[in-house]
Design a protein around this ligand. Structure first.
Ligand code: IFM
Length: 681
């Protein structure tokens, strides 16, 4: 495994590009699972989207979306030489570069300025410590080939970038010798956020907000200023911290252990670009390693997009990586869902259903998904969307996460401490949601939305029906097996349900409608899909009047067509391949590809996996690069109607890992997957 400082592990931008500030904030992000610090420069402020995002701390402001909180920025710093500010975009810049060392999560910048007839070089490094998760460290060095009088203004910037803030009503700030602090409380919960920043030398002056250092940098000499920050949430207490070098060494050591567990090496000619993209994807996953009670948000720790909420992305795209590299982290992800079962029970009840209907956008179990998740670009009016009400597949995705975790670990304890109850409550939800069609003597799941969000309120979405069926059958199997070993514990779980729950679910599953593949091998995405306008995604794109237009909803360009946002039947085929033959997977891949917009970053990896399963090496490679490079290219949609949805794409990174670690090996020897289940057509 490559180590700290290896050029093959470094991502670099040469020269400053003002247009790339926001996307570089995502691309050069550092983090440790508890915090994400965007890849911005020290002299930047909220207008450059500087962000120190805190995992799992949510706050809501009256009339606005509830979202995760960004902490005060401990690393604001502006150097003045000869009375003028030195910024990467100043006129006197001779050269600039910033980089990210993905072997150890260290962000660096080097900028040279023409000052006083000589050259002054400003270098800075920083990292979020993987070893001490409340700690962030930064080192600034200033050197020059002429004597220069320099003023450094450094401190905690409490004017934070927020999408739906302000989240702190008042902030107390102060300075104690070599340390600044800022403390505020999140408006809704009152949870306190304290940021301390300790300098390696005592400032000359504190102006009530920032510290000022006045130094003369002598020709040929280097001035060094270290800053060690602690970010404390709730009742966390400050702890003594080590110096920069010691923190750096322990952080690097921790990273090296993480890479030892997680690296995937590709073999072959001309794979350098792909290898880097894959390692970069793994880096993006490692900086999201869940801590404490938290799970992982859909845009990771890159900001407040998607409200910092947890989606199905976690179970379907992130869990496989953690299950194979860090089982303790995987367990946290699964436990998060078990812990938030009450929220799912309450959501089901609020719609008049039984069982567990999980939050589409979970903030600790509460569903943050708005009824109007998109704004129309023409009228600027909110558009009624049905993600929250109708994407019922979320509960089965959660169940599959628990089942896969159990299959890997045989952790009976987890099942007995809430896992089994969660699985049965999820099955009960589908049972209560379903409709019994007397004419056809079968149960159906009506008025739903599958993974393809452009077709709302459809009947019998294939992905949803199969996932509900599969998870119910597995839940019952696990229940029976567990009952043999732990009869009294399982009896206690079952007492929370109607006495005949298992028989009812068994019968329901045996009568749930599972659409079969047609003679051509293609499975219809939902009832009536084949009757929609037969037009490709590219043709529909040409119909857009505004590039940010929303394709779905009642009047979207895709709604009345076969054009879909993301892998749906193909997602089903790669998730539960046992219900398909290889030929059927190939047929669905071919059929749906042209209709898929890939408007979600979740789509490409599903197509890559399907390509792997059906021996399509070139396509697999293409879709693999697409998913692995999404954050390197600044790709992915930035807007849904008028709503900003930019940030990093953890699910795409997780998908890249799945394709590399689990997909590629199938290209040469596709498994024969045939076990067709098609009943009640
Ligand atoms: O979960 C996804 C969804 O499938 C498509 N829209 C974005 C969400 C978050 O990544």
């Amino acid at each position: 495994m490559r180590r700290n400082g290896d050029p093959e592990m470094i991502l670099t931008r040469d020269g400053f590009d003002g247009d790339a500030v926001v996307s570089d904030g995502n691309k050069f992000i550092t983090g440790n699972g508890k915090f994400g610090y965007r890849g911005t420069l020290d002299e930047m402020t909220r207008e450059h989207c500087v962000g120190l995002n805190i995992a799992g701390l949510y706050d809501g402001v009256e009339g606005k979306w509830r979202e995760t909180v960004n902490a005060f920025n401990p690393f604001y710093l502006q150097v003045y030489a000869d009375g003028k500010p030195l910024c990467a975009w100043s006129d006197n810049v001779i050269g600039h570069r910033h980089s990210l060392d993905i072997s150890c999560g260290v962000f660096s910048r080097e900028t040279r300025f023409s000052v006083c007839g000589g050259t002054l070089e400003l270098k800075a490094q920083r990292f979020c410590s993987m070893a001490d998760v409340n700690v962030l460290a930064s080192r600034l060095t200033v050197s020059s080939d002429v004597d220069v009088a320099v003023e450094i203004v450094a401190g905690i910037d409490d004017d934070v970038w927020e999408l739906n803030g302000p989240h702190f009503s008042s902030v107390a700030k102060g300075c104690r010798e070599d340390m600044l602090y800022a403390v505020g409380s999140a408006q809704e919960s009152g949870t306190s956020v304290r940021v301390n920043c300790k300098f390696s030398s005592v400032p000359n002056r504190f102006d009530g907000r920032f510290a000022h250092f006045y130094v003369t940098v002598a020709a040929g000499k280097t001035y060094v200023l270290d800053r060690i920050a602690q970010v404390l949430v709730g009742d966390e207490q400050p702890t003594p911290t080590e110096d920069y070098d010691a923190l750096y060494a322990r952080n690097a050591d921790m990273w090296s252990k993480m890479w030892d567990r997680s690296d995937v090496e590709l073999e072959g000619d001309g794979i350098d670009r792909a290898q880097f993209a894959l390692r970069y994807s793994i880096y993006q996953l490692l900086i999201l390693t869940p801590r404490g009670d938290c799970s992982i948000a859909a845009r990771g720790l890159s900001g407040q997009t998607y409200k910092g909420a947890v989606f199905w992305d976690t179970e379907m795209f992130l869990l496989p990586f953690f299950m194979n590299t860090d089982i303790a982290a995987a367990k946290r992800l699964v436990e998060y869902r078990i812990r938030t079962l009450d929220g799912a029970l309450a959501k089901a009840k609020s719609y008049g259903y039984k069982g567990a209907f999980y939050a589409w956008e979970s903030q600790d179990g509460y569903d943050a998904c708005s009824d109007f998740n998109v704004t129309d670009v023409f009228t600027h009016r909110p558009v009624r969307t049905y993600f929250k009400d109708k994407q019922i597949h979320i509960s089965a995705d959660v169940a599959l996460g628990i089942i896969r975790y159990f299959d890997k670990t045989q952790d009976n304890e987890l099942l007995l401490r809430g896992g089994l109850e969660t699985l049965l409550q999820i099955s009960l939800f589908y049972y209560s949601y379903s409709y019994y069609n007397h004419n056809k003597d079968r149960f159906e799941l009506l008025d739903v939305m599958g993974p393809d969000e452009y077709h709302e309120r459809v009947n019998n979405n294939a992905y949803t029906n199969y996932m509900a069926y599969h998870c119910t059958v597995r839940a019952l199997e696990l229940c029976r097996a567990l009952r043999r070993e732990f009869p009294s514990e399982v009896a206690a779980v079952l007492r929370r349900f109607e006495p005949d729950i298992c028989d009812s679910l068994d019968e329901w599953a045996s009568k749930l409608y599972l659409p079969a593949c047609g003679d051509n091998g293609v499975m219809e995405q939902f009832d009536g899909y084949f009757a929609l306008e037969d037009v490709t995604a590219e043709e529909v794109r040409k119909r857009l009047v505004n590039p940010r237009e929303y394709w779905g909803g009642t009047t979207g360009v895709a709604t009345a067509t076969r054009v879909i946002k993301q892998a749906d039947v193909v997602m089903l085929a790669v998730t539960l391949p046992q219900y398909f033959t290889v030929g059927q997977i190939a047929a669905n891949y071919r059929f749906y590809l042209g209709y898929t917009e890939h408007g979600s970053s979740l789509s490409a990896s599903a197509y890559a996996l399907a390509a792997c399963m059906t021996g399509r090496a070139e396509d697999a490679w293409k879709w693999f690069l697409h998913t692995a490079e999404i954050d390197l290219n600044g790709g992915g949609k930035q807007w849904a109607g008028d709503v900003y949805i930019g940030g990093t794409h953890p699910a795409a990174s997780g998908g890249a890992w799945m394709v590399a670690a689990q997909g590629f090996e199938q290209i040469c020897r596709p498994k024969f997957l045939h076990r067709v289940v098609s009943h009640h057509e």
